[in-house]
Design a protein around this ligand. Sequence first.
Ligand code: FAD
Length: 393
Amino acid sequence: MKIGIIGAGLGGLLSGAILSKEHSITIYEKLPFVGGRFTNIPYKGFQLTTGALHMIPHGNEGYLAQTLRRAGSNVKIVNSEPDGYFRINGKNHEYKDIFGLVSAKDKLKALKLAASLKLGKIDKNMPFGEFLEDIPLALDVGNSFSGWALSLNAYDTPMSEIIEISKLYHKFGGPGIPVGGCKGVIDSLVEIINKNGGKIYTSHAIEKIEVEENNVFLDSEQFDIVISNASPKLTEKMSNIKFIEKEPVPSKGIKINVASKLSLVDGASVIFTTDCERINGLNQPSNVDRSLAKEDYNLIMLHATQIKNNTKEEISLALNDIESLFGGKDYEVISIQSYGNGWPVNHASNGTDLNPIVKDNLLLVGDGVKGVGGIEVEGVAMSVIAVLNHIEK
Ligand code: FAD
């Protein structure tokens, strides 16, 4: 089949790499570079990124890792050990130790909540924050987790997502970091597509999608199937059909990159900062791959969910948090990046994703069409799996 792909983000390249084994693939990318929000930006000797924190939510066992292997990618993903730490009142604790920190009264409440979850006795549409709010420490932990993993406040995260996320966590485990960072993943996919004879055109924006019964036209080029890695909203805007009933809500965030000679984080783990006002968590990806930081330095990446529209104010609150985290240590903020409307953390925040199958010959991949419980690039991989299953059917 002749397949056209709009966008060379992770979703477009991942589907392109697998489909190029058996089909004729052409990928069009409007920007001069490939990888979308999942590639590196070299800056002052550090490998910063266009979006992601160099992190794969379920590491070497999750859907993305499995789909990369299916494509033939040999990128190495180093799993976190332990999965993460929670910083509570200035001290780091593993998740399993948090229960020991709450009062006897709150332990009882926590056991009741766990039982209601296990027995399925909760409203799945209830916000995660509401579920946790009777136990202040649990709410802080939940907020830092959903802020880091989904770029959502716990009150904006539906329990249905949290339930599926925890099932996937138990199945696959915690996060990992790819060697080479985000670009390590992207380079491996581009190599496969090139080897299989697929074509990738950069600086080539698609303007019009014309869906017919048996063909789809991208501008004037005819295809059997089109896969769009542009957001659902942009895809609908370009196409001659309407398919969005309820608009997805994007999630916004702020990423701050810090350089330090002193190592501030162990291994490939995340530190969830429950005791910060805006910063949800941080990692130190240069622990996995030294080439991500300038010689003798560590690269620390911190993430904050954007809560209010005033970006300047949000940045200032996040910088205050950083001073409370590292004050007195020798550190330098090397860049601040904010992510909103056209270039958000997720085109659809968890719980607002659309269906990837628009028509048999118009399919969507990416973070606007993640599966339920799909955290960021794991959700992108889930959308690619759904599209591949549909094509193979
Ligand atoms: P994109 O990367 O946006 O790719 C879509 C591509 O389509 C773009 O390159 C775009 O230019 C192109 N395009 C759009 N319209 C057209 C057109 N008309 N013609 C041609 N091309 C077009 N995820 C994680 O798993 N781990 C993390 O640590 C993590 N941290 C994050 C931190 C931040 C601050 C941000 C912003 C995101 C983070 N994410 C993380 C999310 C992750 O980066 C995204 O989910 C993922 O990169 C989205 O990939 P995608 O393929 O869906 O979209």
